[in-house]
Design a protein around this ligand. Sequence first.
Ligand code: NDP
Ligand code: 2IT
Length: 449
Amino acid sequence: MVTTTTDYIERVMEAVKMRNPGEQEYHQAVGEVLDSLRAVIDKNPEFEDAAILERIVEPERQILFRVPWQDDKGKVQVNRGFRIQFNSAIGPYKGGIRFHPSVYIGIIKFLGFEQIFKNSLTGLAMGGAKGGSDFDPKGKSDSEVMRFCQSFMSELFRHIGADTDVPAGDIGVGGREIGFLFGQWKKLTTLHNGVLTGKGLAYGGSLARTEATGYGCVYFCDEMLKESKNSFDGKTVVVSGSGNVAIYAHEKATQLGAKVVAMSDSSGFIYDKNGINLDTIKQLKEVERKRIKEYTKEHKNAQYTEGCSGIWNIKCDIALPSATQNELDGNAAKTLVKNGCLAVAEGANMPCTPDAVKVFLDNKIQYGPGKAANAGGVATSGLEMAQNSQRLNWTFEEVDEKLHRIMVNIHRAAKEAADEYGTPGNLVNGANIAGFLKVAKAMMAQGLV
Ligand code: NDP
Ligand code: 2IT
C-alpha cells in the first residue's frame, strides 16, 4: 500500500491526541508544526523511515514532582512541579520555568515543544525544554516565594546543569525567583555556574537579558515591516500584557518612534491615546507588583476597562500580543484587520488561536509567529551562557548588537524557508520548517537515540 505524506502526518497527529489526552494546548502546538511540514516530508522521505516526527513529538524525559512548602501562617501547601526535557539533538536542554495556577502538563508540553524549534532558529546550540508549577506567586510574600523556590529547586537540582539543562524565567518567574532558585542550587551543589539564565547582574547575569524578549520581538517586527517599506516610526501600537516581555516591547517600539496606546494584565486593559507612560508601568509592575488599573490614578486621561480581550478592539497599526496563550481569537483578528492593522508579532508563546492566524494569513497581514518573534529572550540566555562559560561580561551594546543580528537572521531564515517550500510570505511555515530541519538533521546524524 502506498502511503502519502498526508497519511503520515495525520497518523502522527492522531497518535499525539491519543497518547496525550486532554492536552489541548499541546495538540494545538503540534498541529501547527506538522501542518507546516508537508512539503518537507515530501522532499525528505528518509525522515519518515527514521520516524523523526514520531520521535520529535515524544519528550525525551518528563519529570513530575511534589513541591511542599510552608506559608506565612505555618500551613503546609503542596504544589506540583514539572520539567520536560523535550529534545537535546542540537544542544543542552534550554527553556523557561512558568509559575501560574493554570500550569498543567499540557501547557508545559506545548511550551517545551515550541522551544525545540525556537532554540534551533536562534542558531545557537540549545535543545528544547520547559518547566514550571501550578504555584501562584500573586499575593504571596517574598518569604513565601523564597520557600517555594527553595523547595522546587530541592528536587529540580538533580536533573539540571550548565551542560545538561539550563532553565530560565517565563510567566511568574522573573529576577526575584531566579535569585532564590540560584541560591538553592548553589547551596545544594556547591557550584557557581551558568545553570540558570536571567540571573542578577551581580552574580553572573547578562546585560540586556531583561530587555531581550521585548526588544527582540520589535526587531523582528521591524524586519517584517521593512518588507513592505514600513517602519515603527509614527505608528500606533497595542501591546497586551504588562510583564517582562510587554514592558520592553513598549520600550523599544517607543525608541523606534511608535506610540503604544494600550497595555493589559489578567484583570483588564488601559488605553491612553497620548501614549502609555512606561515609567509608571515599570513602577507599578516591576517594583510595586500592583494591578494595571492603578495607572489611571496618575494618568487621568487614560481609561481602564475590565477584562482583557477588548484590548484588540483598539485601532492600531501594529499589535504585539505579549501576555499568554490563546489571548487573541479569530474575532479579535478580524477586528484588527478591519481597523487597518499592518503587522502582528507575537511576544508571547502561541497568543493567537489557529483561527486568528488564519485570518492574518488570508488577509496578508504581516504575521510573526512566537517561536520566531520572541526568540530573542532565549537567544540572549544563550549569550548569558556563553559569557558564564568564558567568565567574561559583555557590554549592553555588545549583547544588544548580537541580539539584533540574531533577530535579523531568524527573520531571513524563516522568509527563505517559506519561499523555498512554496509559501512565500508565510512565516509560520518558514519558521517551523527552518527550525525543524536543523533538529531533524541532527537527529538523523546521531542514530536511534
Ligand atoms: P510576566 O509574568 O512578566 O508577565 C505576564 C503578563 O501577562 C502579565 O501582565 C500578566 O498579567 C499577563 N497574563 C499572564 N497570564 C495571563 C492570563 N491567563 N490572561 C491574561 N493575562 C495574563 O511574563 P512574561 O512577560 O515573561 O511572559 C509573557 C509571555 O511571553 C508568555 O507567553 C511567555 O511564555 C512569553 N515569553 C517570555 C519570555 C521571557 O524571556 N520572559 C521569552 C519568550 C516568550 P497578571 O500580572 O495579571 O498575571
Ligand atoms: O519562552 C521562552 O523562550 C522563555 N521563556 C525564555 C527561555 C530562556 O531559556 O531564556
